[in-house]
Ligand binder design. Structure first.
Ligand code: NCD
Length: 307
């Protein structure tokens, strides 16, 4: 039995197969309408979510399966003090696969050790968010036709943004990837990403604080929200939250074929005027999230691709 806890749980080859499957799903949706008939997905969300939880649910429904779960810790027995280990033992009796989001780093890993069904990490604290990364990779591959030889700008909260950590870990496995990491000093990438991932692999990267200067070089700009819920004090959040606001004026500095991604939700970091720019890909990205999660559920449940 396999779980997805970290983007590296799949090899580059397996990711390529998964994205091929997701792309076939995108173009032949009706063909997949019954491949998971009778299967159940449990969504165990101890933290707020719109896209991740609902796209998992939509994915399972699109495959003919059913969904059950909870959308906040308050409405589960966690509020009574139940451990993740006990909860997953019970959920294993009710469902065939589960997606878990938890504010504590490593909670889905603990769950996987006590589970008899595949566990998908749907975001653990400020650590990892592998299914967002699969979505990001599908978006980049669909828009540019490749996952190598790209200059990727990542802007905003690189310290607490789990989507950033997972995306960097996944992208360094492709050739010719360069990063421009754009953030205020206090929100730079954690040192384990710098030393264990970027430096160890000899990846070309710059850490800068100026978005305008970075813009002309980028093939992809990945914007992120300052992660309010991970700050220890509100004053720091208020001071840093509007560090970057991408607007049409800044977009004039970018290449004509650069794409903007954002895992969403957006707060102020992308002005709504940018939504009309053909390079704004974040709503398409959310749509790809459904196809990628359909492909992931099929892969972990070892459901054969229909003819
Ligand atoms: C992200 C998350 O939860 O980490 N959202 C998502 O799943 N699409 C990004 C965020 O909350 O800023």
């Amino acid at each position: 039995m396999r779980h997805l806890l970290n983007p590296l749980d799949f090899s580059v080859e397996e990711i390529s197969q998964l994205l091929d499957l997701a792309s076939d799903i995108e173009h032949n949706l009706p063909k997949y309408a019954h491949v998971c008939d009778g299967k159940k997905l449990a969504t165990l969300f101890y933290e707020p979510s719109t896209r991740t939880r609902l796209s998992f649910e939509a994915a399972m429904l699109n495959l003919g399966g059913s969904v059950l779960g909870f959308a906040s810790a308050d409405s589960s027995s966690a509020a009574k003090g139940e451990s993740v280990a006990d909860t997953i033992r019970i959920i294993s009796c009710y469902a065939d696969i589960c997606a878990m989001r938890h504010p504590k780093e490593g909670a889905p890993l603990v769950a996987s050790q006590f589970s008899s069904i595949p566990v998908i990490n749907a975001g653990d604290g400020g650590h990892q968010h592998p299914t967002q990364t699969l979505t990001d990779l599908m978006t980049i591959r669909s828009l540019t036709g490749r996952l190598d030889n790209l200059t990727v700008g990542i802007c905003g909260d690189l310290k607490f943004g789990r989507t950033v950590h997972s995306l960097i870990e996944a992208l360094v496995r492709y050739t010719g990837i360069r990063f421009v990491l754009i953030s205020p000093q206090e929100l730079r990438i954690p040192s384990y990403i710098r030393t264990d991932v970027l430096d160890r692999k000899g990846i070309e990267y710059q850490e800068v604080d100026n978005l305008d200067e970075a813009m002309p070089k980028l093939d992809i700009l990945y914007m992120t929200r300052v992660q309010k819920e991970r700050f220890f004090n509100e004053e720091d959040y208020i001071r840093l939250k509007d560090s970057y606001i991408l607007d049409n004026k800044k977009m004039q500095l970018a290449k004509k074929d650069m794409y903007i991604l954002h895992p969403l939700p957006r707060v102020n970091e992308i002005s709504v005027e940018v939504d009309k720019d053909p390079r704004a890909a974040y709503f398409r990205q959310a749509q790809y999230g459904v196809y990628v999660r359909m492909a992931l559920i099929m892969t972990l449940l070892e459901v054969a691709k229909p003819c």
